[in-house]
Design a protein around this ligand. Structure first.
Ligand code: NAG
Ligand code: NAG
Length: 325
């Protein structure tokens, strides 16, 4: 009996040792591949013939994505809650000879999303092969001056809409075994930012949604070829946020929607899971998460030039006091 137990234990140990060796070999290989890919990026996939649905396509980044993707041979489906902006994007796309459809939808309403999908099928829009969740709103104000409406609207448009659109198009992607789901997130989905509590928490939520769903699809036994890409822009000039005025404007400056759209399309074509604009912000984030919190605060305050801003505020307040007295 003892001997059998011994052999059994031996086999188990043996097995563990084998598994560990295999794991370390795989890790080394993956590290080498990843390092190689950092130096030589993979080739970009062609997007010809994809049917791309973009929410919030009426203006800013959504509009720019529609125009650029159309010029690469994609069929574009514009969703926006504003009829006029829907028209202007569509006109721009079809002027360049692209195939484009437009629908007025409030993406925060599940029923409207469903109705629109039904309507799309009825009018013969091809099956959506790429979904870009771009629509979002941002309130910039101190936490205690939010009213419940602002918070609900933020979550309805920034988070729940993602559930409704994905729920509408994922089944077909799973059936076909291919597809691409893209979320336009924000650096506010990685760092909490003062006076943007509702926005930041909604963007953190989208990050969780994308990561968890990606994991679920990865473990699907049919191994569908569905890609997930989450984009973290720092600051795009779309009228959504005010200019943050950080140090090093070359890195932390405002980028145009044209530039941002080009970067996003590059990330999509390389099937990247996560991508920040500018790209180096992810490396900065990696460093920030390794160092102690006090050091991270020092770095962030330095980059945002908090001291100078505080001084400016103080002089401003002093002046106001003078005026008052
Ligand atoms: C969006 O605009 C286009 C072009 O003007 C129009 O044909 C289409 O009906 C609009 N969509 C809706 C749902 O209003
Ligand atoms: C991206 O995914 C598509 C579809 O699964 C695949 O055909 C293509 O080779 C991939 N491209 C890259 C660069 O990984």
């Amino acid at each position: 009996m003892k001997i059998i137990q011994h052999i059994f234990k031996d086999i188990k140990l043996h097995r563990l040792f084998l598994d560990l060796s295999l794991l370390s070999a795989k890790i080394s290989l993956a590290m080498i591949m990843a390092t190689f890919r950092m130096i030589v990026p993979c080739s970009m996939k062609r997007l010809i013939g994809e049917t791309v649905l973009i929410t919030g396509a009426g203006h800013g980044l959504g509009r720019e994505l529609a125009i650029q993707l159309s010029s690469m041979g994609c069929i574009i489906v514009c969703w926006d809650n504003d009829i006029d902006s829907n028209r202007s994007t569509m006109r721009e796309v079809s002027k360049n000879g692209g195939e484009v459809y437009g629908f007025v939808v409030d993406v925060s309403k599940r029923m409207e999303v469903r109705e629109t999908v039904r309507l799309m099928r009825k009018v013969g829009v091809p099956d959506v092969t790429m979904l870009i969740n771009n629509a979002a709103i941002l309130y910039h104000k101190p936490y205690l001056s939010f009213d419940s409406d602002d918070v609900e609207k933020t979550f309805n448009i920034n988070v729940l809409s993602n559930f409704w659109t994905i729920e509408a198009f994922l089944p077909m992607m799973l059936m076909k075994g291919s597809g691409h789901i893209v979320a336009i997130n924000s650096m506010c989905g990685i760092y909490g930012v003062s006076q943007k509590v509702a926005y930041c928490s909604s963007k953190f939520a989208v990050r969780g949604l994308m990561e968890a769903l990606h994991e679920e699809v990865r473990l699907d036994e049919k191994k569908p070829n569905i890609h997930f890409t989450t984009i973290y822009p720092f600051y795009i000039d779309t009228g959504l946020a005010k200019d943050p005025k950080y140090r090093f404007p070359y890195i932390f400056g405002v980028v145009t929607p044209e530039y941002a759209a080009r970067e996003i399309i590059k990330a999509i074509r390389r099937n990247y899971t996560e991508y920040s604009i500018p790209r180096c912000l992810f490396s900065l984030n990696t460093i920030n998460r390794i160092v102690p919190e006090s050091v991270m605060r020092l770095i962030l305050d330095f980059l945002a030039d908090i001291d100078r801003k505080q001084k400016e505020k103080d002089t401003m307040n002093a002046k106001l006091d003078l005026i008052k007295t």
